[in-house]
Write a protein that binds this ligand. Structure first.
Ligand SMILES: [Zn+2]
Length: 108
């Protein structure tokens, strides 16, 4: 333990007069920022990967099996009724394409 403190203290003694205390604080801040940002970046990449993976998953409408890839026919039943899973998602589809039925009623 004593052997490890001496090189670190030497580094600190050398860095502080050469680059100043601000540099050291900035360096430590950058390292902390990196530690925080790297998991965030991994999370974003994971989310994008999941979205990409989700777009390649298709659902057969006749037998209900999930098909991964860009198949035209269902490999299980041979039907051409393959539907993308993402098209089912209400959040990804355009709201202006939705049809809302409104019944008009007369108030007596
Ligand atoms: Zn099928």
């Amino acid at each position: 333990m004593q052997n490890k403190i001496i090189p670190y203290s030497l580094i600190f003694i050398l860095i502080i007069p050469l680059f100043g205390f601000k540099f050291l604080v900035g360096l430590l801040g950058n390292i902390l920022l990196l530690i925080v940002l790297v998991p965030l970046l991994i999370l974003i990449l994971g989310f994008l990967g999941l979205n990409f993976f989700k777009s390649s998953i298709n659902l057969c409408e006749s037998c209900g099996s999930t098909i991964i890839g860009n198949n035209v026919n269902c490999p299980y039943c041979g039907c051409k009724t393959i539907k993308n899973i993402q098209e089912d998602d209400d959040l990804s589809s355009d709201a202006s394409n939705k049809i809302i039925e409104v019944k008009a009623e007369e108030i007596n």
